[in-house]
Write a protein that binds this ligand. Sequence first.
Ligand code: CP
Ligand code: NVA
Length: 305
Amino acid sequence: MPTRHFLSLMDLSTNEFRALIDRAIELKAETRAGKISTLMQGKTAVLVFEKSSTRTRVSFETGVGQFGGKSIFLAPSESHLGRGESIEDTARVLSRMANLIIMRTGAHERIETMAKFASVPVINGLSDFNHPCQLLADIQAYTEHRGDIRGKTVAWIGDGNNVCHSWMNAARQLDFKLNIATPEDHQPDTILIQQCADYISLTTDPREAVTESVLVVTDTWSGMGFEKEKKQRESIFGSYCVDEKLMQEAAPDALFMHCLPAYRGSEVTSGVIDGPQSIVWDEAENRLHAQKALMEFLLLEDAGN
Ligand code: CP
Ligand code: NVA
């Protein structure tokens, strides 16, 4: 059997996705009850991060530690990747020593190359194209608060970016409706729009998107790599701020999510993100539990090979 990787939510079957969420909820309870796991005893996970991170790094390193394993963080400036060693050779070498590779980078092709040449599972810890680990945590959070997301309507407000792309994949995997409101020139990827056509709607009007939505989701307007456009983006996205007024247009008990880091006063007001409808801290915590479920799944699959 070929090595299973997790570069996109589409690398899972719907049943596997649902089972991972159930397992993440179970692992959360087990961790809180103090249950000890030795799943990764004697095993190593290497984190190859070519972009900044707070949550993804800490959740993976903490999860590996809770499983009794060892994590090694490789920043490009401290490894030969930053001096021109190829991803192909890095993948081959890491596979001879480690049991898991978690990669965060810009161009999605870099993660695909890592996976192509690695003989251990590779996890996408964010690329410019998508952020599937975030969605495991987000779906876990929604499920914990409201139950099954199937058949529900969710609104994405702001930039049609990497996190939006993973929400689109989640919609087609789990059969819910995603209303996407973006400025015209910031729509999601065209091919992905076609692939998800049955599950999404596109608009430039945030109010239209949130109508009947039980969950409103946003993200920073200037993700990593777009810092130079920050000022320009602030003006383009000005009317896409998720504020109290917009939340009132959504379903009465609608929840609010943001993958973080958040910029209060830009994409969201503090009244919303720090208010009663926000579940952003559960989302953030769930990065730990959902990724533990993911690592367990991939390591057990790998052991079966
Ligand atoms: N949400 C998220 O991936 O956060 P970090 O960039 O801090 O890892
Ligand atoms: N869209 C953001 C997500 C950060 C977790 C970015 O790519 O920077």
